[in-house]
Write a protein that binds this ligand. Structure first.
Ligand SMILES: Nc1nc2c(c(=O)[nH]1)N[C@H]1C(S)=C(S)[C@@H](COP(=O)(O)OP(=O)(O)OC[C@H]3O[C@@H](n4cnc5c(N)ncnc54)[C@H](O)[C@@H]3O)O[C@H]1N2
Ligand code: MOO
Length: 425
């Protein structure tokens, strides 16, 4: 059993504050943008030139002068003389003068003298072989011209430090000629599953034994948060063995995660193992369900997260403490999970306890376009399967309940959820 002084359960917010103040980003490294997806930017980048860099056509058509085609329509076309053809990537050589036009492709630079572009569908090449064209439409000044700097002007902020690099961000980097970027190194996170009852997924199950599902589950969560997980092994309930394996893991990794053995049982040895390896306990037990028992501490500046063994408790513990810590280490500016509000389908009964509760639920859009949430039937901390019918956690503050149709706070699960409401500055 754990012997930890001053171990009164602490509120969620305090536990998260203690975790985030104990960790910081690792070193930075420069990597090619082709490998930068999922990393966090460790430098601030500004637009080094305008995009586009020149006025360009947004359609295939004819660059011309607006005043020449003011009266043009289907029954009254205007004849212009075509000077040249301008494919994308080619600089025009002729200036558009009254009575002339140049055939231009989408993305090609606008020739001097042109004030608009008419789509090719609104034109016809004259059949007399003179190179003249008929224009069937009038246009307003600037039509179908994308102006220099309209997308982004030189000198504006491109990406602030701490930006999570996704497909759009790396695309923008390429657009501005940034071929490599400074990013925060991803932490190496080692995972140990503790419990003499546990067997690996590829082993037969003898009576009384139970398969280790937390190890690979935690590895997936860690990867989603940007860490590099290594699932090491199952460790039996033996404090010396546990201490030995924890030390080995800590020597190789930046962060250690264990699951199981943190409650009040006779074989819950994580506290003793912390003591044996000389790790400092920062907190044990929180006012949160599931996942009330969770031991957090440090070993030589390396954080150790000893999560509760029940699968749902482990999952929620990881979301609340481990993943924000990984995101902070990865350089995220705002590492805590984001939430949205959704109306609850059913009544949620209040419980006479101070614990913040996280219920598994399914967020959906109703026929009227409203965000609603349905609470999953099975909520026990030893049930993992109900996450299959869930895409969120509904946060219920201590002692509170909700009537049906009341708005509740919801954390979307998965990578998308982390980006909801994420600012860019
Ligand atoms: N007297 C008390 N007993 C318990 C308390 C308490 O306050 N007083 N808290 C309960 C709560 S809440 C939780 S949560 C659990 C957490 O206990 P542990 O972290 O010590 O976890 P274990 O006892 O080792 O295991 C609990 C349960 O989960 C299964 N398990 C463990 N590891 C894995 C794994 N890697 N993959 C799948 N399943 C795993 C294990 O077999 C047990 O069934 O304590 C309550 N008890
Ligand atoms: O705090 Mo425990 O995870 O509810 O069973």
């Amino acid at each position: 059993m754990l012997e930890i002084p001053n171990s009164a359960p602490i509120p969620l917010e305090e536990a998260q504050r203690l975790v985030l103040s104990a960790v910081q980003p690792l070193t930075v490294t420069r990597i090619p943008i082709s490998e930068a997806h999922g990393y966090c930017l460790a430098e601030k980048l500004t637009a080094v030139h305008d995009v586009p860099q020149y006025d360009r056509s947004s359609v295939d058509g004819y660059a011309l002068q607006v005043k020449d085609v003011r009266m043009a329509n289907r029954s009254n076309p205007v004849k212009l003389h075509c000077l040249e053809e301008i494919p994308a990537g080619v600089i025009p050589t002729k200036t558009i003068l009254p009575g002339t036009a140049s055939r231009i492709m989408t993305g090609a630079p606008i020739p001097k003298g042109a004030t608009a572009v008419v789509k090719v569908e609104e034109s016809k090449i004259a059949e007399d072989g003179t190179g003249d064209i008929w224009i069937y439409q009038s246009v307003s000044s600037g039509e179908a011209i994308t102006r220099k700097g309209e997308d982004m002007a030189k000198g504006t902020m491109l990406l602030p430090e701490g930006t999570l690099l996704g497909p759009v961000e790396v695309g923008l980097l390429a657009l501005f000629g940034v071929s490599s970027v400074l990013v925060h190194v991803k932490p190496k996170v080692s995972i140990l599953s503790t419990g003499s009852e546990l067997v690996a997924a590829d082993q037969p199950l003898s009576p009384g034994k139970h398969r280790d599902s937390n190890g690979v589950m935690l590895a997936g969560q860690i990867r989603e948060a940007g860490g590099n997980p290594t699932y090491l092994r199952i460790v039996k309930d033996d404090p010396d063995l546990l201490a030995e394996q924890m030390l080995k893991a800590l020597q190789k990794a930046d962060v250690l995660v264990t699951s199981g053995g943190v409650s009040m049982g006779d074989y819950d040895y994580l506290g003793l193992a912390f003591e044996k390896i000389g790790a400092k306990v920062i907190f044990w037990k929180t006012l949160v369900r599931p996942g009330m028992p969770v031991l957090f501490g440090m070993w030589h500046h390396k954080p150790i997260f000893a999560l509760a063994g029940n699968p749902a408790s482990s999952y929620v513990n990881a979301r609340l403490y481990l993943l924000p810590a990984i995101r902070r280490i990865c350089g995220w500016r705002d590492p805590l999970s984001k939430h949205v509000m959704a109306r609850c389908d059913e009544r949620i009964e209040a419980k006479q306890m101070p614990h913040t509760r996280f219920l598994r639920g399914f967020v959906y859009t109703s026929q009227t376009g409203e965000l609603r949430v349905k609470i999953a039937a099975k909520q026990s901390s030893n049930v993992l399967s109900s996450f299959l019918e869930s895409n969120c956690l509904v946060k219920i503050p201590g002692g509170q309940g909700f009537e049906a149709d009341e708005p509740v706070e919801v954390e979307l699960l998965g990578t998308l959820g982390e980006r909801v409401g994420m600012g860019t500055v």
